[in-house]
Design a protein. Sequence first.
Length: 206
Amino acid sequence: MSACAVGALALTGCSQDSPDAEGTAAPAVTSSQTKGEQGAEGTASAKALPAGKASPSADGKVSSPPAPASSPASSAADATASAETGGGDDGCDHKMPISPDEIAVYRYTPEGGSLSLIVRYGNWGCGTPDSDGAPFETVGKETYLPMDQAAYVTVTDPIVASTENQPIGVQEFLDWLEAHPDSGLVFQYHLGADGVVDRLEQVFTP
């Protein structure tokens, strides 16, 4: 009976939880749960932060997202568009076609037994605020334009002292050209049926 009582007491002591065992087991479970909860909270915080938003730095301060850098190409395009829209319209056509019936007369030549004017074609350009009028801008090289010896010719200043066209003879006109070569005075001309100038009228320019 004594042996059985001792065995029973030993069995009872083993089946009860001792303070040492309880102190060891409980913290282990608590530590495991804490780590799991911290990991879940950390993951949720990282996922909850939208891209491009301010995020806390290591020292606790909030850093702003970097400002987007402007593209050089877009800046250049904006500057060009601004220049185009900002410039004033001077009301002048900068792409005028070559005038079909106006020439700048420089000299003449009787070579080949016929009279020919030495001229250059061109068009009227755009005048400047401090000028008296639009300039006649020549293009290309000098060329020959046959002229009738009996052509009808009218001239203004500086050939004659008048701002209105005055008729003169062809020889008088040729004498003036010989005395004032390369003047480049502008004339409006008309070709006859034979392709020779039969009318020549000076265009007055101030």
